[in-house]
Design a protein around this ligand. Structure first.
Ligand SMILES: Nc1nc2c(c(=O)[nH]1)N[C@H]1C(S)=C(S)[C@@H](COP(=O)(O)OP(=O)(O)OC[C@H]3O[C@@H](n4cnc5c(N)ncnc54)[C@H](O)[C@@H]3O)O[C@H]1N2
Ligand code: MOO
Length: 402
């Protein structure tokens, strides 16, 4: 077991796990967030022929060089119809957004810049040649690889699959991810809290959402009370039935922190315990055969951050994803940043601002590991490297998008 390791080493251990889940076919309705296990290749050009990008009139550019220009309307081409019209000098054709552009037309004038309907149309504004005509192959050309194997499917990728006529996609099967939360003080959101010593379970539900977002199938296994026998039984069941088991809480120094002990007794090999990161220090990563175990710290922020830092890359890896980590961007720091201790790499919750295409980042005041409100509304994590105590206003910093 490696103990209290650096962040990069932890990622190295996670990304070197070789297990790959089998692939399966998923419908377009069930492919969001999953990892693609085939290339998506264009079966034809898109658009397959020039089409109008506006409702208006198809004309020849040379006829609208001087305006107003009065042109003879020779017919119309509704979307979905093959044009049987040819447009000659002095003529126009009525087109709709998505209509195929007939022979002779090189430019489309939007209807708002025209007057009259029926036999003649008056064009009031000139347009450059080719304006409002979407050329054949503008989106993609036949044979192009549109989405590569290993991509995480989001809305645009699912849309591309649909556009090339694939109702089913080869994707990774969903990792079954068991979720157990621990603590005598934890009650479910539907339970009444009778005492100020009790709190509602937050972690089960942040994790459930994060697992779904990561292409996994969350399996909620409930709250564990701080008893060693129960912990052993539940973790055993979880690791038997799931690909990845996550527990939260019970991994630090407390007298009731049974998770660590139980994991060893169940034959789960601990690959690392504790990483020099803040928050998320007492994270435990283990494996038994092709099953993986994460013991995440119990504080709600530590749970969410350590999922993003450690669990997501593993889930992506076993699904065959190309990119394992959250995206990072460079941003300019909007205030002086100071901290007392510099032993751990810190992931500081912050607000990301996009000003004229440049990212600015503003750390939030409250950074406690229990302050989940500090992550509400789309926050980011500003990375403060080990050994750094102070970063000056205006410096460039790296930011993790979560
Ligand atoms: N003496 C030391 N104490 C602590 C250390 C240390 O190094 N030495 N590390 C601290 C750090 S850092 C963290 S992070 C926490 C991790 O503690 P645990 O993983 O054992 O978590 P718990 O003690 O069970 O809970 C921590 C905190 O979070 C609340 N919690 C737990 N589960 C839930 C849940 N499902 N929903 C909402 N809130 C939850 C719990 O009530 C505690 O307040 O340890 C430090 N201590
Ligand atoms: O590492 Mo703990 O996660 O600072 O709160």
């Amino acid at each position: 077991m490696e103990f209290y390791i650096g962040f990069d080493r932890a990622l190295e251990i996670i990304s070197s796990q070789e297990f790959l889940l089998p692939s399966e076919f998923a419908s377009l309705f069930d492919s969001y967030g999953r990892v693609l296990r085939e290339n998506l290749i264009a079966d034809r050009d898109d658009p397959p022929a020039p089409v109008s990008a506006m409702d208006g009139y198809g004309v020849k550019k040379e006829d609208i060089k001087s305006i107003p220009a009065k042109l003879k309307v020779v017919g119309e081409v509704p979307a979905g119809k093959i044009p049987n019209i040819k447009v000659s000098k002095g003529e126009a054709v009525k087109l709709f957004t998505g209509s195929l552009v007939p022979e002779g037309v090189d430019t489309v004038v939007p209807v708002e810049e025209t007057e009259g309907s029926g036999e003649f149309v008056v064009i009031k504004k000139s347009y450059p040649q080719g304006q409002n005509v979407r050329l054949r192959g503008e989106n993609y050309k036949v044979g192009d690889i549109l989405v590569e194997e290993g991509a995480v499917l989001r809305a645009p990728e699912v849309g591309i699959a649909a556009s090339i006529g694939k109702p089913y996609l080869r994707v990774s099967s969903k990792p079954r991810v068991g979720i157990i939360t621990t603590g005598n003080e934890i009650l479910e959101p539907w339970d009444d809290l009778d005492s100020i010593s009790q709190i509602h379970n937050t972690n089960a539900y942040t994790l459930y959402s994060l697992v779904k977002e990561s292409g996994g199938e969350p399996i909620y296994l409930g709250i564990l009370k701080d008893s060693k026998d129960e912990t052993a039984e539940r973790i055993h069941k979880g690791i038997e039935t799931c690909d990845v088991l996550i527990t939260t809480g019970g991994v630090s120094m407390g007298d009731y922190d049974f998770v660590k002990q139980v994991v060893k007794e169940l034959g789960i090999e601990v690959l690392f315990y504790k990483v020099r990161v803040k928050p998320g220090k007492p994270v435990l990563f283990g494996k038994r055969g092709s099953k993986f175990f994460f013991g995440l710290p119990g504080f709600p922020v530590s749970t969410v951050v350590s999922f993003n830092l450690f669990v997501l890359p593993l889930l992506r890896k076993i699904q065959g994803a190309r990119e394992l980590f959250r995206k990072r961007v460079k941003a300019k720091l909007l205030m002086d940043f100071k901290r007392r201790k510099a032993e751990r790499r810190e992931f500081v919750r912050a607000e990301l601002i996009n000003k004229d295409g440049k990212f600015l980042v503003k750390p939030l005041r409250k950074q406690g590991s229990g302050v989940l409100t500090s992550l509400v509304g789309g926050k980011v994590l500003m990375m403060v490297p080990e050994g750094i105590r102070e970063i000056k206003f205006g410096s460039e910093v790296e930011v993790v998008l979560i």
